[in-house]
Design a protein around this ligand. Sequence first.
Ligand code: HEC
Ligand code: HEC
Length: 435
Amino acid sequence: MLAALALAALAACDGGASPADGANGAGARGANANANAGNGAKLVKISTRAAATHGQSRAEVYAQVRRMTALGKQIFFDPSLSGSGKMSCATCHSPDRAFTPANALDVQMGGADMHRPGMRAVPTLKYLQAVPAFSEHYHDSDDEGDESVDAGPTGGLTWDGRVDHGADQARIPLLSSFEMASTPHKVTAAVRAAPYANAFREAFGEHVFDDEDATFKAVLKSLETFEQAPDVFYPYSSKYDAYLAGKATLTAAELRGLQLFNDEKKGNCASCHISQRAKDGSPPQFSDFGLIAVGVPRNRALAVNRDPRFFDLGACGPERTDLDHREEFCGLFRTPTLRNVTLKKSFFHNGIYHSLEDVMRFYSRRDTNPQEFYPVVKGRVRKFDDLPRRYWTNLNTDAPFDRKPGDAPVYTEAEIKDVIAFLGTLTDGWQPTAH
Ligand code: HEC
Ligand code: HEC
């Protein structure tokens, strides 16, 4: 844990802290995360005391990380940074729901008047320390023991992997017209007037408020540092973690669910949502962070989708812009972790489903009973209605997506219950005494 903090601190000092760096410290995805941290890294330079800390002692580095974490936490909960004055990061990322919304809306409302709908469901902020920087061709020695295997596009933050660092990510909701609808000017003014303004000076230097750009970047960096606090964001305190450590027993239903989850001929879930420890012994993240097209149905309740020509194509746009015109990226979204998934209230990138039963039925019956998920027009099912046909070659075709009408669904209803019971073991904060 100490090593993780020091790493995060040193990285924070040179502006190169990334989710991948955190992973190295925690021992997850080891060398690969390291290799990745190198390529996509966009450095954020802070022209403050934090940047001039290379000569710091270990103790000073720890102290600086503690200061930035405490500040990041206060900023995370502070609505005065937003255009409306009513919205903080925590409005959408509620700590008691693994940093997902407390409500069950498909997408959240935001903007200066709090009436502007978003276009994507809110992901959890936990276990992001393990997400590698985005790469088009990811090589992982955990893949069949062979680093030469190309696992395809992997990593990056947000559903489409368009930023690599928490600081760059934080810029998005702060400035988005349908989220916090703020400006760097408003953010810096709010921080200057905040009860924690003095603590901010202590962390970033007397003169941090002299330069608006420096203040804004220090805000972003503080948020990123807070998001890397291990006890809050990656405690690995679920029943499943205790089970892997030999300190808990799964119930019969949970065990059946785990087998159904892993079974390559059934759900094959673990092929993307990794359930085993990595080769270096680090705990499973329940995602390989691959960008994958699973053909989630169009959510016709979303405002953006009132326009029949609009498609959220994930990695190829429109939110992400560097890979537009790259057809092979259309329809791809980053595989989310399933840790704490039972605390969520809307699922998939467009928030179309609101129960794990519905998500499981989708995986189980998408190809055997497609009419249950997609619109039927003149007696014909319009499968994959949220992905133009020319991109259908991007859809994943491994199990559980290898069936056809007439085949048996992947799971029975009883098996679905078991898989959900297993997913319940992935929630942090498990207490042995309570069982
Ligand atoms: C209006 C709701 C809303 C607010 C407010 C909000 N977020 Fe988010 N957050 C989202 C949504 C939606 C996404 C997914 C965005 C996407 O994929 O394009 C997201 C994604 C993220 C991610 C990436 C998660 C991942 O899985 O890669 C991080 C980190 C994050 N938010 C942090 C923050 C921080 C820090 C703040 C405050 C500065 C904040 N968010 C404010 C809705 C919100
Ligand atoms: C080929 C890779 C792959 C396989 C196999 C797979 N998933 Fe997923 N899973 C994904 C991707 C990608 C998403 C996000 C898709 C989207 O929103 O467009 C996802 C999303 C989910 C979600 C929603 C999580 C959230 O936060 O919204 C759940 C729950 C889930 N998967 C469970 C499972 C289960 C259970 C299985 C086995 C039956 C399974 N997955 C098999 C890649 C996969």
